[in-house]
Design a protein around this ligand. Sequence first.
Ligand code: 2U9
Length: 396
Amino acid sequence: MSEQQSPVVDEHLSEAVIKASSGGDGALTGETLAQWMSANTGAIESATTVGELDAVRVSAVGKSGTITLALKKMHPEHRRELAPEINRAKAETENAIAQRKTVLESAALEARLVAETIDLSLPAPTKPKGSVHPVSQVMDELAEIFADMGFAVASGPEIEDDWHNFTALNMPDSHPARAMHDTFYFPDRDAEDREMLLRTHTSPVQIRTMLEQGAPLRIIAPGRVYRSDSDATHTPMFHQIEGLVIDKGIHLGHLKWTLETLLKAFFERDDIVLRLRPSYFPFTEPSVEVDTGFSFIDGRRVVGGSGDEPGHQWMELLGSGMVNRNVLAAGGLDPDEWQGFAFGVGVDRLAMLKYGMNDLRAFFDGDVRWLSHYGFSALDVPTLSGGVGTPVGSGA
Ligand code: 2U9
């Protein structure tokens, strides 16, 4: 604390100081000392806060306090004579200040305790709480459904080389499908002179897993993928889950059963109807686009039933097919010995469908009000503890 003068003490002491420093031959007499003491006592008693008391201390016994200044100005002979009495008076003053300080501090604490009462009957203030993001929630749900069907989760780098992302997937340099993907490229190539890019799909993960683990395989590859695309239904980063099954004698029937089982568990409905439409993807042959029936209920798309039923429509949900022979070979497998099916689906789109969200961009705004609007709460966990095959509505 800075050494400030107390006006209370100044008033009382000025007279004593004048007497001590200039009265007669400048002597500080026993009489003026007694006056000084009485002024101190008054000032100490009048101090109502620790701050005021400290000002009294500075003014009375501080380095530039009244008594120190008076002593400095005194004749050495008088000083020697009066020293024991002055020191005793100074010690008494310091003692009185310390005692008063204890009193003021406990009074201040008492006042705080009285003022700071807590009304335990008031409701606790609510703090904004986040929750698991719908995309993460859907990823967890899908991983759980696939785990029930014996699929392991595989992962790989988001920064890829163009061999793993394109060439191994039957998309050679000249292939038009490379342009379809609107790729983000890095300016530098890797040590093997391959172009580096942000993966446009999670398919390179399956290529890496085939090369590392061989066949048979049953994996899903969930994760972020990147394409130079941005509008109400496309963001430059989005989430995919792709699946790959490789074994002997695998055919389209296995693919259809797997997707039907997946969608029944995910949408928690038994009446999922799929329509497989011929399509083209470089990595699968034959390729099929998978549609599902839906209808509008209270303005929301609700999946279920055949798209051919009255009031129903078909909606494209995902892409899939039998793994192209060239892709099996790039993965180090003999296509005459092993067959496989693969599929890919946008997780963000599945989350929108399941939870009735209609603007993809809100997924990446980070606004907790949006989460609670759609009923997501902090303690949500994947809802599929019943597992694949549990009849919907059985209460299990
Ligand atoms: C390997 C072999 C084949 C994965 C496949 C699709 C069809 C597909 C799209 C769905 C919506 C991408 O997110 S999306 O835009 N995907 O249509 N994906 S077959 O095929 C593979 C993958 C890996 C080794």
